[in-house]
Design a protein around this ligand. Structure first.
Ligand SMILES: [Zn+2]
Ligand SMILES: [Zn+2]
Length: 171
């Protein structure tokens, strides 16, 4: 298996877990391009506010990003702008975290990549399109119609009705 690069979204909250309850800091994120595990985000920008609570650190903020996904019409790249809202309690110390919850390691570090990846993917529209007027692919030859007309006969008939058309044509 290929070795993963160290996550650029790994943060040291050691200073905060040592601080008094209520202490907070703002973290500025501004990456022109960042690979969050298998998802490329260009850019990833925004602010996160981290606050020491009795149970750990509360993380809140809004991130703005753009990611490329497949256009459902032409299968080309659709660059979709996404807004990701975070509101997560990161438990500390780690052994106080209920199963499945996020926690800050004993060393004060936490990698936010899995969380940001998950929240980003949740925002991706179900039917992304590369542009509002995407022409899609030709049903006959498969050409990307955004790149020009293929010359196929535009027989926009539902295959279920094709049989009926055939019968009517024969009359
Ligand atoms: Zn498209
Ligand atoms: Zn065609």
């Amino acid at each position: 298996m290929e070795k993963q690069h160290p996550s650029r979204l790994r943060f040291n909250f050691g200073f905060l877990v040592e601080a008094r309850i209520g202490t907070s800091r703002t973290i500025e994120l501004d990456y022109p391009t960042i690979d969050v595990e298998d998802v490329r985000l260009s850019p990833l920008q925004g602010q996160l506010e981290v606050t020491r609570t009795s149970e750990g650190v509360y993380l809140a903020g809004t991130l703005h990003t753009v990611t490329a996904v497949d256009c459902v019409r032409c299968l080309g790249d659709a660059y979709v702008p996404l807004t990701v809202t975070l509101g997560e309690l990161l438990y500390y110390p780690p052994w106080d975290a209920p199963a499945g919850e996020l926690y800050i390691g004993e060393d004060g570090y936490i990698d936010l990549a899995p969380l940001i990846r998950e929240l980003t993917l949740l925002e991706v529209p179900i039917q992304p399109i590369c542009r509002p007027d995407c022409q899609g692919l030709c049903q006959v030859c498969g050409q990307n119609l955004n790149e020009g007309d293929c010359g196929c006969e535009d027989d926009d008939i539902d295959p279920r009705l094709a049989k009926l058309k055939e019968l009517l044509d024969n009359e």
